[in-house]
Design a protein around this ligand. Structure first.
Ligand code: CMC
Length: 434
C-alpha cells in the first residue's frame, strides 16, 4: 500500500489535519481516519458503512461497478468453470491453489472430519420439532465450542487451521441433520466414499430403508452454488464474524453470530424470501403488476426480494453465472404443477425488473439469491434449507476472514462510536413523585 495524504480543514477553527490516503491493489483509495478524533475531536458518521472500509484484507476483491468478484485474485468465472468447492476452500484458507497432492490430502482431511460427536446428536433433540433449520444451526454451531476446546488457542496457527477444517467438514452434517430433525427423519451419517456435495445430498435425502444416489447434475449445480457463495468480502455476516471475534471470542461462537446475521431477508435469507414472495403473488390471484407497483410505492414497505444489491450496481457476476444454470435446469428438469407456476412467475418478474424504468434507473438487477432460490426449488430442496445451504457455503469465507484478522499483530477490538441524539442531564424523580 503506497501512502499519500488528504488534508481536512476544520472551517470553524481553521485547524488542518493531514490524513494518510491508502492505495489498495485495486479499488478506491481509502482515507485512514483513525487519527481524526485525536487531532480534531470529531467522529465520522456513516450508518450502513456506505463509504467506510472496516478493515484491510487480502482475501476477496469485488468491484460493484464492473461486476468483478475474485477470490485471492482468481476471477469467479474461472473458478466456477474449472474448480471445485473444496479446492476453493483450500485457496481461500491457504492463499494459493493446491497441487494435486495437496488437494487430495485436503479432501481426505475434510472427509475424515465430517462426523459429529455423538453427544452433539442429542443436542438436536432439545429443539422443537417445527424449529427452522437456521435456528438449529445457530445453536449447534455455537455448541461446537463445548466439544472442541482442545484446539481453541486462537494465537496458535495450527489450532486455527484445525478449527477451519472442522467447521468446513462438519457444516454439511449439521445442515442436513437440522433438516432431518425438523422433519422427523432419522439422521444419516456421512459416507466417506462420497464427495463433499454428494455427501450433503446423501445426508439430506437418503433413507436407511432404501438406496439413494445423488443426481450428478444436481451435485454439480450445488457445488457451483457453493463456490459462488464461498466469500463476499465485508458483508453483514462476515463483518459480524469479525466484530464478534475481535473480542477474542471463540471462532465457533463468532461463526454462530455470522449465521444469525445471514438469516435476515435483506442478506442470505433473501433466497427463501424470494420463493415465499412468488407464492404470495401466485396465491393472491392478482396480476404481477400489482406487486411491481407495490415495490415502487414509497408508502408500502414491500420490496421485490432477490433484486438489488448494496455493492453491485451493474450486475452481480454470481447472478450471471447462476442464471445460466437456472435456465438450463428449468429446461432439463421435470417440475410439478405448482413448481412450474412459481418458476413461470419468477421468469416474468425477471423480465419486468429488467425492463421497468424504476428498476433500471436504480440498477436493481436480480441478485444471486433470486436465482439460487429458484434453483433450490427446482432441485427439490426444502425452502427452509435455502439459507442453511448459503451458510454452509459461506463458512469458509467467515473462518478465513477470522483467521486473517486474528493472525494480524495488534488487531483491535471493534468498537464503533455513535452520534448521540437522546436527552442528557435529566434529573431523576423518585417513582412516588412522578
Ligand atoms: N425492491 C424495490 N425497491 C428497491 C429494492 C427492491 N428489492 N431494493 C432497493 N430498492 C430501492 C429503494 O427503495 C431505494 O429507492 P429510492 O432511491 O427511490 O429511495 C433504492 O432502490 C436504493 O435502495 P437501498 O435500500 O438504499 O439499497 P441498499 O444498498 O441499502 O440495499 C439491499 C441493498 C440488497 C438490502 C436491497 O436492494 C434489498 O432489500 N433487496 C431485497 C433483498 C435481497 O434480495 N437481498 C439479497 C442481497 S444479495 C445476497 C447477499 O449478498 O446477501
Amino acid at each position: 500500500m503506497t501512502t499519500d495524504t488528504v488534508t481536512i480543514i476544520d472551517d470553524s477553527t481553521g485547524k488542518k489535519v493531514q490524513l494518510p490516503l491508502l492505495t489498495p491493489t485495486s479499488g478506491p483509495k481509502t482515507i485512514d481516519i483513525s487519527a481524526l478524533y485525536k487531532e480534531l475531536g470529531y467522529f465520522t458518521y456513516d450508518p450502513g458503512f456506505m463509504s467506510t472500509a472496516s478493515c484491510s484484507s487480502k482475501i476477496t476483491f469485488l468491484d460493484g461497478n464492473k461486476g468483478v468478484l475474485q477470490y485471492r485474485g482468481y476471477p469467479i468465472e474461472q473458478l466456477a468453470a474449472q474448480s471445485s468447492y473444496l479446492e476453493v476452500c483450500y485457496l481461500l484458507m491457504n492463499d494459493k491453489l493446491p497441487s494435486k497432492t495437496e488437494l487430495a490430502e485436503f479432501e481426505s482431511i475434510i472427509t475424515n472430519h465430517t462426523m459429529l460427536h455423538e453427544a452433539l446428536k442429542r443436542f438436536f433433540s432439545g429443539f422443537r420439532r417445527d424449529a427452522h433449520p437456521m435456528a438449529i444451526m445457530v445453536g449447534v454451531v455455537g455448541a461446537l465450542a463445548a466439544f472442541y476446546h482442545d484446539h481453541m488457542d486462537i494465537r496458535n496457527p495450527e489450532h486455527r487451521m484445525i478449527t477451519a477444517q472442522r467447521l468446513v467438514a462438519k457444516m454439511p452434517t449439521i445442515a442436513a441433520w437440522s433438516y432431518r430433525y425438523a422433519t422427523g427423519k432419522p439422521f444419516i451419517y456421512p459416507d466417506n466414499n462420497l464427495g463433499y456435495t454428494e455427501n450433503f445430498l446423501h445426508m439430506m435425502f437418503a433413507m436407511p430403508s432404501e438406496d439413494y444416489k445423488a443426481s450428478p447434475l444436481l451435485a454439480k449445480a450445488l457445488d457451483l452454488i457453493l463456490i459462488l457463495h464461498a466469500d463476499h468480502e465485508q458483508n453483514a455476516s462476515t463483518s459480524t464474524v469479525r466484530l464478534a471475534s475481535s473480542s477474542d471470542a471463540n471462532p465457533f461462537a463468532a461463526v454462530a453470530a455470522g449465521i444469525a446475521a445471514l438469516w435476515g431477508p435483506a442478506h442470505g435469507g433473501a433466497n427463501e424470501a424470494v420463493i415465499r414472495m412468488l407464492m404470495e403473488i401466485n396465491d393472491s390471484g392478482k396480476p404481477l403488476q400489482t406487486f411491481v407497483d407495490r415495490a415502487k410505492d414509497k408508502n408500502d414497505d414491500f420490496r421485490l426480494m432477490g433484486f438489488g444489491h448494496r455493492v453491485y450496481k451493474n450486475f452481480d457476476p454470481r447472478a450471471t453465472l447462476i442464471r445460466q444454470i437456472c435456465h438450463q435446469l428449468l429446461n432439463d428438469m421435470e417440475s410439478t404443477g405448482e413448481q412450474k407456476k412459481l418458476l413461470e412467475t419468477a421468469m416474468a418478474l425477471e423480465k419486468v425488473a429488467l425492463e421497468d424504468d424504476y428498476f433500471v434507473q436504480r440498477k436493481l438487477y436480480p441478485n444471486v439469491d433470486f436465482y439460487s432460490g429458484i434453483i433450490f426449488l427446482a432441485m427439490g430442496i426444502p425452502m427452509n434449507m435455502f439459507t442453511v445451504i448459503f451458510a454452509m457455503a459461506r463458512t469458509i469465507g467467515w473462518i478465513t476472514q477470522w483467521n486473517e484478522m486474528v493472525s494480524e499483530p495488534g488487531y483491535k477490538i471493534g468498537r464503533p462510536r455513535q452520534l448521540y441524539t437522546g436527552p442528557i442531564d435529566l434529573e431523576y424523580i423518585p417513582v412516588d413523585k412522578r
